[in-house]
Design a protein around this ligand. Structure first.
Ligand code: PAF
Length: 282
C-alpha cells in the first residue's frame, strides 16, 4: 500500500492502473477510521481491482465554531487499518494541496441540501460537494463508497453525480453500530463516560420509531413526537431535529409511504450525533 499527499502523485499511480484496465474504487473519509469505514473499504476491495482511501479533514464542510480544529486525526493508525482492510493507496493531502491560494470555485446544490443537516449547517453540503467533486476528478474512480449514517449526504452525492454527469457508480453501505447499538462515528470519541451512556438515546428512539412504522403507523407527526419524547427523557440530550422526509426529495412527509428517511440529529453535551432509518413502504 502506498501513501501519497499530492494530486500529481495520485494521478501518476491511477494512470498506470487505467493503462492496465484496472477497476478502481474510492472510499472518501476524513480519517480516524472505525469499523464503519472498514466495512466500506472491505466492500470496495471485494468489488474493484484497486482501492483508494482518501483521508482529508475537509475545512470547507465545517462551519464557524464547529470542530474542524479538534476533529480527531491519527494517520499512522489509519494507515495500518487501511492496509489490513486491503486498500492499495491512501490519498492524504494537506488543505493547501486541495485548496491552493486563490481557490474560489465551489459546487453548490439547492433543494436537497436545504433540509435536515443542511438547515442546521448551512455551508456544510457546499463543502462536501466541492471536496467530493475534486476527489472524483483526481481519482476518477469507477465506484465510490459512502455510509448510510449520513443518508442526506449519500442522497446529495447521488444527485450531484447525476446532475454533473460524473461517470461513477455510487454505492451506499449500511450503518455499522457498536455492540450496544450506538452508530459508529469518529465523533463518538468526544463523549465522556456519562455522555456515552446518554448517547444510547439516539438508537433507542430510532429503533422505536422504526418499529412503529413497521407495525403499520403511517402518521409521520405521531412517529416524530413519540421519538422526541424518548430523546427528551435523557437530560444530557438536546434535539437538533427529528424529521421524516421523502428519500429522493428530502421534503417532509405527513403520511409515511414510499421510500422515506427518518433522520435525527441530537447534541449530547457539545457533541452533535446523527442516526436514521430508511424504509420503503409500498
Ligand atoms: O462523510 C465524510 O466523512 C465526509 O463528508 C466526506 C464524504 C469524506 C467528504 O469530506
Amino acid at each position: 500500500m502506498e501513501i501519497v499527499s499530492t494530486v500529481s502523485d495520485a494521478r501518476k499511480i491511477i494512470k498506470e492502473w487505467k493503462k492496465k484496465g484496472l477497476k478502481t474504487g474510492l472510499v472518501p473519509t476524513m480519517g480516524y477510521l472505525h469499523e464503519g469505514h472498514l466495512s466500506l473499504i472491505k466492500k470496495a476491495v471485494s468489488e474493484n481491482d484497486r482501492v483508494v482511501v482518501s483521508i482529508f479533514v475537509n475545512p470547507t464542510q465545517f462551519g464557524p465554531g464547529e470542530d474542524y480544529e479538534t476533529y480527531p486525526r491519527d494517520i499512522n493508525k489509519d494507515s495500518a487499518l487501511c492496509e489490513s482492510a486491503g486498500a492499495d493507496l491512501i490519498f492524504h493531502p494537506e488543505a493547501s494541496e486541495m485548496y491552493p491560494d486563490g481557490s474560489c470555485t465551489y459546487v453548490n446544490m439547492t433543494g436537497l441540501t436545504d433540509a435536515l443537516c443542511g438547515r442546521s449547517r448551512p455551508t456544510h453540503f457546499q463543502g462536501v460537494c466541492t471536496v467530493v467533486s475534486k476527489l472524483f476528478n483526481i481519482i476518477t474512480p469507477d465506484n465510490a463508497y459512502f455510509g448510510m449514517k449520513d443518508a442526506q449526504q449519500l442522497a446529495v452525492i447521488k444527485r450531484m453525480v447525476s446532475d454533473l454527469n460524473f461517470d461513477i457508480n455510487i454505492v451506499g453501505c449500511p450503518i455499522i453500530r457498536e455492540s450496544d447499538g450506538l452508530a459508529k462515528s469518529s465523533r463518538n470519541t468526544y463523549l465522556n463516560a456519562e455522555e456515552r451512556k446518554a448517547a444510547l438515546i439516539l438508537q433507542k428512539s430510532i429503533f422505536f420509531g422504526e418499529s412503529l412504522v413497521k407495525k403499520g403507523e403511517r402518521d409521520a407527526a405521531f412517529v416524530i413526537n413519540s421519538m422526541k419524547e424518548i430523546i427528551e427523557s435523557e437530560p444530557l440530550a438536546k434535539i437538533d431535529y427529528v424529521e421524516i422526509v421523502d428519500m429522493n426529495t428530502m421534503k417532509n412527509v405527513s403520511v409515511i409511504q414510499g421510500e422515506i428517511l427518518c433522520a435525527i440529529a441530537v447534541y449530547i453535551g457539545k457533541t452533535r450525533l446523527i442516526d436514521n432509518f430508511i424504509l420503503n413502504i409500498c
